[in-house]
Design a protein around this ligand. Structure first.
Ligand SMILES: NC(=O)c1ccc[n+]([C@@H]2O[C@H](COP(=O)([O-])OP(=O)(O)OC[C@H]3O[C@@H](n4cnc5c(N)ncnc54)[C@H](O)[C@@H]3O)[C@@H](O)[C@H]2O)c1
Ligand SMILES: O=P(O)(O)OC[C@@H](O)[C@@H](O)[C@H](O)[C@H](O)CO
Length: 386
């Protein structure tokens, strides 16, 4: 059997990457720090994925094991030496914390004279995820390792799409997912082009795919989350029963469509259909997706290349409307979740630092006129709240 090492045995890791790797005859070593999940993987060695639809169809995944990277890093290193593919779905903020371990695995693979090309695919919601990971891994590689990486180890960027909410099932491995799924990998950045994984779409240029996904699914999702939170809702489906929030989502989609049409070869008809499907996916009655999950880590989501600020910057530069996106950014600045470290940090910053400085700090926007617009949106939202 082929060997896969997957970092992050959470929702999307078990609920999508695990499914595809299993269907391609991989034995999967899931690497995680969650002891309950790791113990369950090693005891049960299999789990079920349930599709959130009328039929509640089930997909069985076996040939899995777990490695706790905090306790058994040497096992992870050995698994990387022998791996045919390495994937992650761990969260963009966590990638720097596993970079050293991957570097150690790559170093050991070189020492073992393994000349089989290997790709490391970061399946995170971010633009350039795998290349970002590579930049962090490089910090731990010596000259010989770097030469080896240039020759044998690819870090192809990827876009992964399937809504997998947080859930507490009796079986900790059981995972309920929406039926829709899409995994696109940048083939041009791959080293092991012979390993074609069925269920993965290989693209020569990932940019249109990742931007369409991030700015449609994730910008839209976050729009519902932050507007929903401001209106007092707790789940995405509940928030979408509010006609104003649905209209805001539709307006955001229209702004995003204008950008995608300006940048890429999509047709308006195809994008409208894609956006309609997204609305249906968000409203899936078989899924309970908490606003706290979709709105998690708001400082990350306000980043320069993230789901709001990047399309706003690019629309603004083209003199195209982005008022609804900007208004939603205003909502993010008042988003509260006492269990979310970044939500707490953002509120604390706003209490101790002038608003303009907080906006500059979290968004990295330098355009003075745009900063003023963002500031006006935050203030308008504060006024509504007061
Ligand atoms: N859930 C979705 O709908 C979905 C869809 C597409 C992409 N994604 C992306 O996939 C990534 C993971 O999201 P998720 O929803 O599966 O999150 P999750 O919290 O369910 O899973 C993340 C896993 O990483 C583990 N982890 C955290 N720190 C770790 C560390 N230092 N070492 C090892 N393991 C560690 C956690 O224990 C957890 O099991 C994110 O980048 C997310 O944006 C999620
Ligand atoms: O994972 P995040 O925090 O970047 O975004 C939250 C959700 O929008 C996201 O997980 C979606 O459910 C997913 O990207 C759907 O493919």
């Amino acid at each position: 059997m082929k060997q896969a090492v997957h970092f992050g045995a959470g929702n999307i890791g078990r609920g999508f990457i695990g499914e595809i790797l299993h269907q391609n005859d991989f034995e999967i070593a899931f690497v995680d720090v969650n002891e309950t999940i790791i113990d369950a993987l090693n005891t049960q060695k299999e789990y079920d994925i349930e599709l959130a639809s009328d039929a509640h169809e089930s997909i069985h995944v076996n040939n899995v094991r777990g490695i706790n990277n905090a306790k058994k890093p040497e096992e992870v290193i050995t698994a990387i030496v022998n791996a045919d593919v390495v994937t992650t779905a761990i969260g963009p903020n966590i990638l720097p914390f596993i970079a050293q371990l991957l570097a150690q695995g790559i170093h050991a693979r070189r020492i073992a004279n393994n000349a089989t090309p290997l790709d490391v695919i970061a399946c995170e919601n971010m633009i350039g995820g795998s290349q970002f990971f590579l930049s962090k891994v490089k910090e731990y590689l010596d000259e010989a390792d770097l030469t080896y990486v240039n020759q044998y180890i690819g870090f192809p960027n990827a876009a992964v799409d399937r809504i997998v909410p947080n859930q507490a099932n009796i079986d900790p491995l059981h995972v309920i997912v929406e039926p829709f799924c899409e995994w696109v990998v940048d083939e041009s950045q791959m080293k092991n082009k012979e390993l074609q994984i069925k269920g993965v779409h290989y693209a020569n240029d990932l940019e249109p795919f990742i931007e369409r996904k991030l700015f449609s699914v994730n910008t839209g999702h976050a729009t519902v989350a932050y507007n929903g939170a401001a209106a007092g809702y707790t789940t995405i489906t509940e928030a979408l029963t509010n006609a104003d929030i649905m209209a805001t989502l539709r307006q955001v989609q229209a702004e995003i469509r204008a950008l995608l049409l300006a940048k890429f070869d999509f047709t308006e008809t195809d994008l409208v259909a894609y956006h309609d499907t997204i609305c249906e996916r968000f409203a899936n009655p078989y899924i309970v997706d908490k606003i706290t999950r979709v709105g998690r880590t708001p400082i990350r989501k306000l980043g320069y290349d993230e789901r709001f600020i990047r399309p706003i910057r690019e629309l603004n530069a083209r003199n195209l409307p982005c008022d609804t996106l900007i208004a939603t950014v205003g909502k993010i600045f008042t988003y509260q979740d006492k269990n979310d470290q970044q939500a707490v940090e953002l509120q604390a910053k706003l209490l101790s630092t002038p608003l303009t400085d907080v906006i500059k700090d979290v968004t990295s926007v330098t355009d003075v006129a745009l900063i003023s617009k963002l500031e006006a949106a935050v203030k308008a939202n504060l006024k509504v709240k007061n």
